[in-house]
Ligand binder design. Sequence first.
Ligand SMILES: [Zn+2]
Ligand SMILES: [Zn+2]
Ligand SMILES: [Zn+2]
Ligand SMILES: [Zn+2]
Length: 245
Amino acid sequence: MLVSRITNESLSIDDVQIKESDIGQPCTQCNECKEGFKPHVWRKTCKNCKCTRDGHEITTEYGAKSRLGFVGHNGLDARTLGYSFVPPGLTTARQVDQYYSTLPSEEVPKLGSKGEALRLQRIVRQLPKQDLSLSACKFIDSDYETSYKDFVTGRNEVALDVGIAKPSPPNSVCANCSSALSPQQIAVTAPRLGNLVWHPACFKCTTCNDILVDLAYCTFEDEIYCERHYAEKLKPRCAGCDEVS
Ligand SMILES: [Zn+2]
Ligand SMILES: [Zn+2]
Ligand SMILES: [Zn+2]
Ligand SMILES: [Zn+2]
């Protein structure tokens, strides 16, 4: 079942915002990394400690939508409500608070909290920049460029979208855990998957089981994935450089 995305926002590879801060970021995996992240020439690892890049506190100033190339903004202003992100679809501060009350507190991206830092790390991990823009790929040869562009265009047309939060209709059952949602409880919907609804804490990648950051998801055979694991359904990813080919 394929349903087209929300049509009021355009999605374009020319608009992807993939800037990240990585140099000197502390390692979360070991105590050896005194000077912080230093990129290996081609591996996605740190020269100072040998841990992976995403084991460090790599961050980005852009949210998932800008990173993916969505243009246009709608909805509430997150920062005035005290969060770094609020889900599309909610229209009042009360709904936002209700939505976040159903997530574990460490998952809530309140400004200045651990949840805010976790969100930025998830953006970097779930939405690898080398899957989003050719300019971030180091090892693509020119023969492969067409195939890369076909992959990105196909993904953007049929798989990628952002979920929308809204009060659940009566008698709704969560598509992940199969338990009931209370009427009017804020649920997540995925426009590409029709009428399915999820508990906010159940809107997770089928492969890594991580909560989908900023509700960004890809569909593959009626399941939802983060972009990283969607891409790996279609193409092998190099364990060294972390690029798909
Ligand atoms: Zn380390
Ligand atoms: Zn390091
Ligand atoms: Zn659930
Ligand atoms: Zn995943």
